[in-house]
Design a protein around this ligand. Structure first.
Ligand code: SF4
Length: 297
């Protein structure tokens, strides 16, 4: 079995108190069975504090404190549980976030979700195309979607072409053309999805027609498109769905580029990831929109 990870994976370290958008705020944190057993056995005052802040129904989770903060998140941004019981004490979800794993034929692919500002920084600041680091035994399992993904990655590396030309060439493999960036229709679609953060709504409302090239051909957007393709393409159930996900990767990258050009806080990638990528329902609705547009061409 091969394990695969993107080039920036091993450089990740949670920036804890330096993080401006901590994942310990606004997310209800579920507690896995093993951790719950350990938490229930912690003695003394801290054990009592832990148990006061755990609710067992509908499934075990920490009770959020004021301003939806994790009850262990201190004002200085550090985790009281880590400081008291050590790094190994935290539950599975806290240990793993923002990592994700895709099980594919003959391999497990790991990655870092861009809803984490540090993961997004590491991806976007890379100076070379996204490369994949492999480890383990290659069992020679063949997979059509992984082969197609390699073909797409090779096209994205053709640095003598603009991003737009590379996108057209990659979509042509599936007989598709890039989606028309009809700003009003895109705004209506995204504003109609579930939204969590006011800043995301503001960001969507800034969208306006804008010439994306040459900014879109910068390495940060190539790496972003490569990341979306790495995360979403090869786990599709069939080739058509994979092609829709390729369109999704390019649409997402172009929208983020437009938002970056129209505002100057560089927050679009993190917000896009947490509002869209982390909601299967939102991704499915965007894929339905792409499917509908594609069937009209
Ligand atoms: S969002 Fe990322 S950097 Fe911030 S606290 Fe969570 S894991 Fe750490």
């Amino acid at each position: 079995m091969l394990s695969v990870k993107p080039d920036f994976y091993d450089n990740f370290k949670c920036i804890a108190d330096k993080c401006r958008h901590s994942c310990c705020v606004a997310w209800e944190i579920d507690i896995d069975e093993d951790s719950l057993r350990r938490f229930m056995a912690v003695e003394g005052e801290f054990g009592e504090y832990m148990r006061r802040n755990i609710e067992l129904e509908p499934s075990p989770h920490f009770v959020l404190a004021d301003e939806e903060r994790c009850p262990f998140l201190q004002d200085n941004g550090l985790c009281k549980m880590i400081l008291t019981l050590g790094e190994d004490s935290i539950c599975h979800i806290c240990r793993e976030h923002p990592r994700f794993y895709n099980e594919l034929p003959g391999r497990i692919e790991a990655g870092l979700g861009l809803c984490c500002e540090e993961a997004a920084r590491l991806l976007l600041e890379g100076r070379e195309h996204l490369s994949l680091v492999t480890d383990g035994v290659d069992e020679g399992v063949e997979d059509e979607l992984l082969e197609l993904r390699d073909e797409i990655f090779a096209i994205l590396r053709e640095d003598d072409l603009s991003f737009t030309a590379r996108m057209e060439k990659a979509l042509d493999i599936f007989g598709m053309e890039p989606l028309d960036l009809d700003v009003e229709a895109i705004k209506e679609l995204y504003l109609g999805l579930e939204r969590l953060d006011e800043d995301w709504t503001k960001k969507l409302n800034t969208l306006a027609p804008v010439e994306l090239e040459p900014a879109l051909s910068k390495m940060r957007y190539l790496r972003l498109a490569e990341y979306f393709i790495y995360r979403h393409f090869a786990s599709a159930p069939d080739e058509y769905e994979a092609a829709l996900r390729l369109q999704f990767a390019f649409l997402s990258t172009r929208l983020i580029c437009a938002m970056d050009m129209l505002t100057d806080d560089n927050e679009a990638t993190r917000l896009y990831s947490s509002e869209i990528e982390y909601s299967d329902e939102n991704v499915d609705k965007i894929l339905d929109y792409i499917d509908e547009k594609n069937s009209l061409t």
